[in-house]
Design a protein around this ligand. Structure first.
Ligand SMILES: Cc1cc2nc3c(=O)[nH]c(=O)nc-3n(C[C@H](O)[C@H](O)[C@H](O)COP(=O)(O)OP(=O)(O)OC[C@H]3O[C@@H](n4cnc5c(N)ncnc54)[C@H](O)[C@@H]3O)c2cc1C
Length: 386
């Protein structure tokens, strides 16, 4: 695996870093406190090409690769977890499936504005009884002539309130269980489609998390993504890619907290010396540095495999698992390095800690990543011994 970034990847990384430092960091505390969606900076991220990084220019995007995407997400997350998830939902969970499964007409209408950053997209799979058990969809999509009629509720949908387009999954044939799930693009303002609730959250507070409701919502058959019954395959394939974005978000949060911990360890004194001279503080910093590098390498490996068109699902699960656990540990230890000040809002490391927690939960909990990895490990072992 090539460890060096290409000139283009470096350029995108530097641009994302500069934008994160100058435009996002100054507002990160305020938008977290107010739980306010950052319309202005998200629009500017769109103008910089960060909202459709992997989409070819022909379809409104930047035409870069997954490696460029992950290095950019990391830089954004170093400044603000909310911006990072808004960016990764748009790129991985909306643009990617539209590009992969959309017809040219669907790409023109539903992908170009989102990849170009003029509108946002969201991904609506989860329901109250269908989180880890995503097959258990209750939303119905009943065929009626040239359209489908959607009825049901989607829960915990990132950017759900702000998005102009929602990729929604529902049952077109209950008898076929998850083979009867189909995917649809639903436009904001469609009659019968509404936002019933916005969640008040522990972290990523500036990213809205909404409950979407569909009541006799009529969607043209031309808005179905892929064939009838392909929805679950589309959802799982999309989430495999999404996990790489979440891994990058986790690496960025860990790195952001770590950088603050290092700076604090240099300046804060106890017993007459900077606390960085105490061996137990050094251990925390050394563990953080090592785990963050490990998480970054796993994330880059998954991205590289995806770019090479090779199977990447298990690599993505490993990257997401390790990066999320690293983010939680590193942000916890960053608070510890800060002592009591770490617990106080003003010092910001507590925000990284709150933002990190969700990386262990969405797009498959850490437990679900272990199931994915174990299935592969046992399958491989069985294959070898056969
Ligand atoms: C802030 C936020 C944003 C989100 N954004 C989106 C979004 O944009 N789109 C979307 O569709 N969804 C989204 N989600 C939903 C998210 O993906 C689910 O919450 C997640 O997959 C877990 O599902 P659940 O909440 O139903 O938990 P459950 O599935 O009920 O899990 C509860 C616990 O049981 C464990 N568990 C469950 N099954 C197993 C098993 N088989 N083996 C071992 N352990 C198991 C889990 O690991 C967890 O610890 C979001 C959630 C949140 C909180």
């Amino acid at each position: 695996m090539e460890l060096d970034l290409t000139d283009e990847q470096r350029m995108i990384q530097a641009m994302a870093r500069e934008f994160a430092e100058t435009a996002i960091r100054p507002i990160a505390v305020e938008i977290d406190r107010e739980a306010r969606f950052p319309h202005e900076t998200v629009k500017r991220m769109g103008a910089l090409g960060l909202m459709g990084i992997m989409v070819p220019e022909r379809w409104g995007g930047s035409g870069a690769d997954t490696v460029a995407y992950v290095v950019a997400v990391e830089e954004i997350a170093k400044a603000c977890g909310s911006h990072a998830v808004i960016m990764s939902v748009n790129n991985s969970l909306y643009c990617d499936p539209l590009l992969t499964y959309g017809t040219d007409a669907q790409r023109e209408r539903f992908l170009v504005p989102v990849a170009a950053g003029q509108a946002n997209g969201c991904f609506a799979l989860t329901e109250s009884q269908a989180g880890s058990d995503a097959r258990n969809q209750a939303t119905l999509a009943t065929r009626d002539g040239d359209s489908y009629v959607l009825n049901g509720k989607k829960q915990f949908i990132s950017t759900g309130r702000e998005a102009s387009f929602a990729l929604v999954f529902g049952q077109t044939d209950r008898a076929k269980a998850h083979h009867g799930i189909s995917a649809f693009v639903v436009e904001k303002g469609a009659p019968g489609f509404g936002v019933s609730k916005t969640e008040d959250k522990l972290g990523i507070r500036a990213s809205d998390t909404a409950e979407l409701v569909f009541e006799d919502c009529r969607v043209p058959a031309a808005s179905r993504l892929g064939e009838e019954g392909m929805g679950f395959t589309i959802a799982m394939g999309t989430i495999d890619g999404g996990r790489i974005g979440i891994a990058a978000q986790a690496v960025g949060l860990a790195a952001g907290a770590y950088e603050r911990a290092v700076a604090y360890a240099r300046e804060r004194k106890s017993f007459g010396v900077p606390i960085g001279q105490h061996q137990m503080v050094q251990w925390m910093l050394a563990d953080m540095a090592t785990a963050i590098d490990g998480a970054r390498l796993l994330t880059l490996r998954a991205a590289t495999l995806k770019d090479a068109g090779k199977p990447f699902g298990v690599a993505a699960a490993m990257a997401k698992l390790f990066a999320a656990e690293t983010a939680m540990k590193a942000t916890t230890d960053a608070i510890q390095v800060h002592g009591g000040y770490g617990y106080i809002r003003e010092y910001e490391v507590e925000r990284y800690f709150r933002d990190a927690k969700i990386t262990q939960i969405y797009e498959g909990t850490s437990q679900i990543q272990k199931l994915v990895i174990a299935r592969e490990v046992l399958g491989r072992t069985a294959g070898r011994s056969a």
